[in-house]
Design a protein around this ligand. Sequence first.
Ligand code: GLN
Length: 386
Amino acid sequence: MDRLVPRMRQHAASIFGEMSVLATQMGAINLGQGFPDTDGPQILKDAAIAAIVDGRGNQYPPVHGLPLLREAVSTHQQRFYALSIDPDTDVVIGTGASEIIAAALLAFVDTDDEVIIFEPWFDVYDAGISLARGRRVAVPLLPPTFRPDVDALRAAVTPRTKVLLINSPHNPTGTVFTIEELQTIADIAIEHNLIVISDEAYEHLWYTGHPHIPISTLPGMFERTVTIGSGGKCFSFTGWKVGWASGPRELIAAVRVVRQHLSFVSGGPLQWAIAAGLDLPNSYFADFRADLESKRDILTSGLREVGLEVVPSQGTYFVMTDVRSLGFDDGMQFCREAAERARVVAIPVAALCADPQIGRTYVRWAFCKQPSVLREATAQLATAFA
Ligand code: GLN
């Protein structure tokens, strides 16, 4: 690691990749890394294949994204959120939500600028802030309910704060921010003239009673918010890596400048397929959500039967448990033992936090798996920890 720039050394390992390697080594069921074990709609595969065969997208697509896909993102934002987006200027397509997040941070954050994120966080936020030479300022989602600590957020803003990076539905907690929480966050952003990067990769994975609300729909927020979407998460093709951002043209223009110098373009034929996905009827999105909600319920009740205390999940692919209910004090230790004794892999939330008090005793489980796999996993856990 001597040759790696010091600011990136702390990001040398990805807990998601590490735990997937462990799952493979142990022959364990992998409820760690969040990816579905069944592919998305056949119609998208057919659209990708047809694009390749027809020679659409096999050479570089337009730098800021296929016009048809930018149009589809615009129509999607109008259909679900009544947001008016100009596909020519207000959308950019990238290599997954992750690249767009990195590009946005590099576009808006200069040396020592502060970026506020909630913790626990998704790891690319922390690494992206380091890439930009910014400073991470973490504000807790408070256990045991993991709601945003808005007083701590207000107190965390300084004259150096440039960006507020939020994520709802939230990975890893499964928290979906309420309208009141979003309004308080919006008030703070407006008062201090902050740019908001809103990672809404899981926008269609919110469960009964917890609707997803884009912060850009709140008064005064569209003009300061870059909203991130994910084709992988919307359509269960996480390997395709097609993501997008939408927002006001001034902010999107800045993201476009940086992003074009990262991957330039990617996924040409897949952009045609994701455009077809965004045009699917409302019933697709409702059925998708219902399917994941039923999987959430299967894993939640299975984990409870094992004796684990569950933090109820309102959205995403994930549900967390407090391992103290099984007599453990350390989620990392629990994850090691679960892999060895139960042959089931989960993610220790401590790896996604700076403050050990927040994540130490929690682990994250992915429920975007077939019901039989979820049942098998909890049966193995029940036997191992009986
Ligand atoms: N978003 C997924 C997760 O949180 C995958 C992350 C990754 O592997 N980089 O598990």
